[in-house]
Design a protein around this ligand. Structure first.
Ligand code: GUN
Length: 286
């Protein structure tokens, strides 16, 4: 039987969550504290320039303070580490985001580890990853955190469900698996060396596709009624933005699906705002 999946609208959910961020930001400002995010961009990667502009704009729209620091691609690692150190010690800044990728001569891991875990709103620091792993308070990476909010928005109970994550990156796949596990799902992580991806996805109640390749998930790979979250951001042959999921086909089988664009993408920035606000609230409480 053919069904048409319900769309989980990332723009609409983001709007709701950003209104909540704006209200909590106003309350914090009334107590004399304005949450602040510093976004650091090194070099002139065109996609990164768009991303950082959107992040800063989203902050300002929600009433947060945000500064964009742009540096030449020739900036040295030592200079960048010195900037991170200065931001760690700046009381007007509660969140620090160093946009990736960094130029090849800079060790991205070293730079991320230099960010104070209390200001690591990207959730990329080893301390943040460790906190997620052991279920302690910390910052969750924004994209998988946004996916969890999307599942929450449809009232989905993960207990006892089988979730299949396709992709094992440190930014999405691995933290996604830990978050699903924390909500009592049975989790399978698939990747480029998985022998039979379709055999795995056909068992899934929830599928998160986070590979960065078109048509990784097609209708024949999805159990009827499954919930499908598409983290991919790719271009089709016509240059149009598309995800990892064959949306036209899979939306005939799934019960819920996220579109690209307008799905997980806006949620990533929304969760960055949530994390920055949370960092400021923690700073206020401590
Ligand atoms: N590059 C692509 N996505 C991200 C992100 O979420 N955070 C950072 N810092 N860099 C990125």
């Amino acid at each position: 039987m053919r069904t048409t999946a319900k769309i989980i609208d990332g723009n609409a959910l983001s709007k709701q969550l950003r209104e909540d961020v704006a209200a909590r930001t106003s309350a914090l400002k009334a107590r004399g504290l304005t949450p602040g995010l510093a976004v650091v961009l090194v070099g002139d990667n065109p996609a990164s320039q768009v991303y950082v502009r959107n992040k800063v704009k989203a902050c300002l729209d929600a009433g947060l303070h945000s500064v964009l620091e742009k540096y030449e691609a020739t900036m040295t690692e030592a200079e960048l580490l010195a900037r991170v150190d200065a931001l760690n010690n700046d009381p007007s800044i509660h969140g620090i985001l160093v946009q990736l990728p960094l130029p090849a001569h800079i060790d991205a891991h070293k730079v991320i580890e230099a960010i104070s875990p209390a200001k690591d709103v990207d959730g990329f620091h080893v301390a943040s990853a460790g906190a997620l792993m052991v279920g302690q308070p910390g910052f969750w990476p924004c994209t998988p955190y946004g996916c969890m909010k999307m599942l929450e928005s449809i009232g989905y109970d993960l207990r006892g469900k089988h979730a299949v994550v396709i992709g094992r990156s440190n930014i999405v796949g691995k933290p996604m698996a830990l978050m699903l596990l924390q909500k009592n799902a049975t989790v399978t992580v698939c990747h480029s060396a998985t022998a039979n991806l379709k055999a795995m996805t056909l068992q899934a109640d929830v599928i998160v596709a986070a590979v960065g390749k078109r048509n990784v998930l097609t209708a024949d790979m999805v159990k009827p009624g499954a919930v499908v979250l598409d983290v991919g951001m790719n271009r089709d042959d016509a240059g149009k933005l598309c995800g990892d999921v064959d949306f036209a086909g899979v939306s005939q089988v799934a019960s819920h699906i996220t579109p690209v664009p307008g799905g997980v993408g806006p949620m990533t920035i929304t969760m960055l705002l949530v994390n920055t606000l949370e960092a400021a609230e923690r700073a206020c409480a401590s």
